[in-house]
Design a protein around this ligand. Sequence first.
Ligand SMILES: Nc1ncnc2c1ncn2[C@@H]1O[C@H](COP(=O)(O)OP(=O)(O)OP(=O)(O)O)[C@@H](O)[C@H]1O
Ligand SMILES: [Mg+2]
Length: 138
Amino acid sequence: MTVRVLSHQEMNIDNEDDVVLVRRAVRTLAEARGFDSFAVSALTTAATELSRNVWVHARKGKAFIEEVTDGDRTGIQVEFVDQGPGIPDIEWSMAGGHSTAKSLGLGLSGSKRLVDAFHIESEPGKGTRVRITKWKRF
Ligand SMILES: Nc1ncnc2c1ncn2[C@@H]1O[C@H](COP(=O)(O)OP(=O)(O)OP(=O)(O)O)[C@@H](O)[C@H]1O
Ligand SMILES: [Mg+2]
């Protein structure tokens, strides 16, 4: 499946307020593009958890918010990139209920369930990249 990017927005995450700004930008775009309210909430919640992860676990990174199409439908894709400590055991961190920050450990697993596509890659010492996609239902 070839995905074409229709619009692109880049945001820095380097303080706690940026988490709120990313949340707001994702919500605004999803609403403007006519996503239903369930999809808006799902995507906004996932984007909030993932930007919070950048802030909490890596202290700084970026969010790339894109409007995409695969030819048949349009969607919103958000990619979170940081050069933080990375995740040594992705399976463990994705399982749910596991946290290195004495938190609930539900951000990654919860986010995955809220979106249509979830891609994560991470290398200890190098950083983490998470990409989520939500397609618009007709
Ligand atoms: N961007 C990141 N950089 C480094 N480690 C990360 C990153 N995102 C997640 N992790 C690791 O994966 C674990 C699970 O993440 P998850 O978001 O599910 O839980 P959490 O952030 O610990 O708690 P919460 O439920 O509050 O989100 C984290 O505890 C952390 O060890
Ligand atoms: Mg988290």
